[in-house]
Ligand binder design. Structure first.
Ligand SMILES: [Zn+2]
Length: 179
């Protein structure tokens, strides 16, 4: 019988013999790209080529952020991680890890960038039809403005442009909003 903690389903089809395999992962294994990687060859033919891989991804949690925030080898997604993390209902949790000196600088930059994404999506002039929320945009804008010094510190060691880690389109839109 499966343990109850292993509830995140993963499936893949062998490109060579067509065998469809399924397995279940626990939350902390399923959450990160590196740990959910399915490396074993096909159990039927030994092929390493697969098609149609699917992963059930757990909702963001404190337990995941606790591991991710101190480990630079773990990613929710290798690219655009800030977009993945920009979940309005998780704002308080994101702030907690952004503000914590225990969180690695590279991860704090991603969390800072996620704040800009949250603002951008909620701000009526830049957000999509379904994400617009003026009150939330104002709240996030104020949170960003309170942290200007921190954001500069997070980036200033590596570049003359201290906010290099925030995408230009986000930075420009926010500057325009603030002016
Ligand atoms: Zn196979």
């Amino acid at each position: 019988m499966l343990m109850t903690s292993q509830k995140y389903k993963q499936t893949r089809s062998c490109a060579s013999c067509g065998y469809e395999a399924t397995r279940f992962l626990d939350e902390l294994t399923a959450a990160f790209e590196e740990t959910r990687e399915w490396k074993k060859p096909c159990s039927q033919c030994g092929s390493q080529d697969f098609i149609g891989e699917s992963n059930a991804i757990p909702p963001l949690s404190r337990a995941q952020l606790e591991i991710w925030s101190i480990n630079d080898k773990l990613h929710f997604l290798e690219q655009d991680e800030d977009l993945i993390l920009a979940i309005p209902s998780q704002l308080e949790l994101l702030l907690e890890f952004l503000d914590s000196p225990k969180t690695q600088i590279s991860k704090r930059r991603i969390l800072a960038s996620a704040l800009y994404v949250l603002w951008y999506d909620a701000y009526p002039k830049t957000g999509g039809e379904y994400s617009r929320n003026t009150a939330f945009a104002e709240k996030v804008a104020s949170i960003i403005n309170q942290r200007t010094d921190m954001f500069v510190k997070l980036g200033s060691e590596e570049s003359a442009n201290p906010l290099w880690y925030i995408e230009d389109y986000l930075k420009k839109a926010f500057e325009k909003y603030n002016s």
